[in-house]
Write a new protein. Structure first.
Length: 264
């Protein structure tokens, strides 16, 4: 059970054993909500500042958390997608033992981790991403009950070349790219989504957030969007050194209020 400092998702599965889950469960709460945290890093590495510090913030507002260190490198698809969906199913299947509420499990992702969070949020039923090596997750949904997308890579229309190159490789087929474009692949039964970005992000263009917000509106999916005028890419909690970027620091309070309104 995932109550140790970190453990592989599965001890010997060729894909799941390559990902580690770091638990930050609240010990003094009764069945709190839980968020699966997917740090960014362009699918090349996993950003530390978008992992444990975010878990600490969530704990401070009464929410348990887990950080997934998923497979990164070159041409890693679909390993991260399979790992993230397995993690969601595992958390829900073992909610009682983990002291979390199976009806209040969300996902939060940053940058390329936001792309992976989009995969969970909108692609949670894709059979190609379903792994169940122990045959114990049948009927357990990977659908998150809430999604937070932070300056996320979401659309090939505003391509972040590095993320797509690392995920899919150089010779990526256009139909595969389109299947991972979350402005085009909104699930009809998507959970509510909170998106935030900065207007002058020079790494992942803010158009990613605008396009997905419009797609959510077209599907009548509840969503909230915040675009702040200033802030470099990779702000995380907007709390350390050069990342203390004025108005963008409001995202935490606004996301907390949004989560409370959802019952988290």
């Amino acid at each position: 059970m995932f109550k140790e400092p970190s453990q592989p998702l599965h001890p010997d599965h060729p894909v799941l054993s390559k990902a580690n889950l770091y638990p930050y469960f609240l010990e003094d709460a009764k069945n709190p909500a839980c968020m699966l945290i997917l740090p960014g890093g362009g699918y090349a590495h996993v950003s530390h500042q978008e992992g444990p510090p975010v878990a600490g913030w969530l704990n401070s507002i009464g929410i348990s958390a887990c950080v997934l260190e998923y497979t990164v490198g070159l041409e890693v698809y679909p390993d991260p997608q399979q790992q993230a969906l397995y993690a969601m199913r595992y958390l829900r299947a073992n909610a009682e033992a983990l002291n979390i509420d199976p009806k209040r499990i969300g996902v939060i992702g940053f940058s390329a981790g936001g792309h992976l969070a989009g995969c969970v949020s909108q692609g949670y039923e894709r059979e190609a991403w379903y792994l169940d090596p122990d045959q114990c997750l049948e009927g357990i949904s990977a659908r998150p009950d809430a999604t937070i997308l932070s300056y996320a890579v979401l659309s090939p229309k505003t391509l972040h070349k590095g993320s797509y190159k690392n995920l899919l490789g150089e010779n990526r087929a256009s139909d595969l790219i389109d299947s991972l474009a979350w402005d085009q692949c909104i699930h009809e039964d998507s959970a509510p989504v909170f998106l935030w970005h900065t207007a002058n992000d020079d790494c992942v263009p803010v158009g990613n957030t605008y396009l997905v917000a419009l797609a959510l509106e077209e599907k009548s999916i509840p969503h909230e969007v915040h675009v702040y005028p200033e802030g470099a890419h990779g702000l995380g909690l907007v709390s350390i050194g050069h990342r203390r970027e004025g108005a963008s620091g409001q995202w935490k309070a606004q996301a907390e209020r949004w989560l409370i309104d959802l019952g988290f």
